[in-house]
Design a protein around this ligand. Structure first.
Ligand SMILES: Cc1ncc(COP(=O)(O)O)c(C=O)c1O
Length: 416
């Protein structure tokens, strides 16, 4: 049974409250409903995003450039806002690439990552001039062919799958057999056979994982990343005679979603990076050192809001039935990588100081037992038309959900 508090201690303070209602960008959620027309919707707080990037920029050494992984939240207004906060973008598709370019972000600050890039993706990236993070020997051959046809050199960085992994990570993306990147031990051969007439080797991308709240695990992976990078850069310089100018050391910074989780200690990571920059001075001199982050920059600045449209009791269990559910917020339903489903922090967003509470299960409108918004949670006693608000929803929300499932009405998004 989940008897834990339903709201993370910082959430309300960050968003603000007006007459028992949560605000986003200074606007109460009932007014936001009028603005966008109906529930359900996602609302993102512009100032919280600005503050988050500013705090991180201040904490990290100056030489570290922060890039935003657009996949975390590709809502166009948010990506446009990000263009003025961060130094670059990482994109995972041609569509994201076009979005990133249209914000005015310089193309040499945009990278394109992901296994399975098509010939069309590669052609578009070459024409644009963005940096392709190459994921396999086959992809290099494809890039060579397309670059030859286009008579334009491709900018590439080799994505490396190191032998080490990012420990305590929600999603490990390195170590062992992985579909991502080129195994560390294969890189020497790749360097020797690189078609240098068609590709401009800028450097390396070493991304080890995502959703990590353990600063020691991140610093340990970063130490291993710098050691590996030094080895690879030395090798690349010897073999290709190219001056390496680009080193993307990945990210993995997590946010707390569940009550037992604590925010990441950024100062530990910043101190470690400072020491690494000093230790690897020759390696990093004149090289762009990039950290690639998605959710850490945006997750806590977004909420998902839906409305209670039915209340029922089944054999002693109270159910709140809402107009939104897993088709809009797959991650909250527990079907986006959770092994055992846990409740996201949530509340009744218009009854913040109600005294009477009840234990409820909250579900969406879909006719499937997977459509869970919250399980056995104690909340202010709710009525029809009250708002269920789910926090930590600014990343992997709308764009990571099966919005057409059961042909339900579409949702809105807004940045305020
Ligand atoms: C290559 C790459 N970059 C960045 C990210 C963003 O991760 P996060 O949103 O956890 O920071 C991911 C996530 O899967 C990724 O695969």
């Amino acid at each position: 049974m989940n008897q834990a508090p339903s709201i993370l201690p910082t959430s309300l303070k960050d968003f603000g409250v007006n007459c028992h209602e949560i605000k986003v960008g200074g606007m109460p959620i009932s007014q936001i409903e009028k603005l966008v027309g109906s529930t359900p919707y996602y609302a993102y707080d512009r100032q919280l995003i600005i503050n988050r990037v500013a705090q991180l920029t201040k904490a990290l050494p100056k030489q570290i450039a922060i890039h935003y992984a657009v996949k975390a939240n590709p809502y166009p207004s948010l990506v446009q806002l990000m263009a003025n906060q961060v130094s670059g973008f990482d994109v995972a598709s041609k569509k994201e690439m076009l979005l990133a370019m249209q914000t005015g972000m310089p193309v040499n600050k945009i990278s394109f990552t992901g296994p399975g890039k098509t010939t069309e993706d590669i052609g578009a990236a070459i024409v644009a001039g963005v940096t392709l993070h190459v994921e396999s020997a086959g992809e290099i051959s494809k890039i060579e062919r397309v670059a030859k046809q286009l008579k334009v050199k491709a900018n590439i960085a080799i994505r490396v799958n190191p032998q080490f992994e990012l420990k305590s990570s929600g999603m490990k993306m390195s170590g062992g057999a992985k579909p991502f990147g080129i195994d560390e031990e294969q890189v020497p051969k790749i360097l020797k056979t690189l078609p240098l007439a068609q590709v401009n080797l800028r450097g390396f991308h070493i991304f080890t994982g995502s959703q990590n709240l353990n600063a020691d695990a991140i610093t340990c992976a970063q130490q291993q990343t710098f050691a590996l990078a030094e080895h690879l850069v030395t090798l690349a310089t010897q073999v290709t005679k190219v001056k390496i100018e680009y080193l993307n050391i990945g990210g993995g910074f997590g946010v707390p979603y569940f009550t037992h989780e604590q925010p990441l200690t950024i100062s530990t990571i910043a101190d470690n990076l400072q020491a690494l920059l000093k230790q690897y001075k020759t390696l990093v001199d004149g090289v762009e050192i990039i950290i690639e982050l998605g959710r850490y920059l945006v997750a806590e600045a977004g909420i998902y809001v839906c409305k209670i449209i039915d209340k029922k009791v089944s054999r002693g269990t109270n159910y709140l039935v809402c107009d939104g559910g897993l088709h809009h917020h797959l991650a909250n339903s527990g079907n986006f990588g959770q092994v055992i489903r846990k409740n996201y922090p949530l509340t009744i967003g218009n009854k913040l100081n109600a005294s009477e509470t009840e234990q409820v299960n909250i579900v969406g409108p879909l006719c499937t037992p997977l459509d869970i918004l919250a399980d056995k949670i104690r909340l202010p006693k709710a009525d029809l038309d009250d708002y269920v608000v789910i926090f930590q929803s600014g990343a992997y929300g709308a764009s990571a959900s099966p919005k057409d499932f059961l042909s339900q009405p579409q949702l809105s998004e807004i940045l305020l």
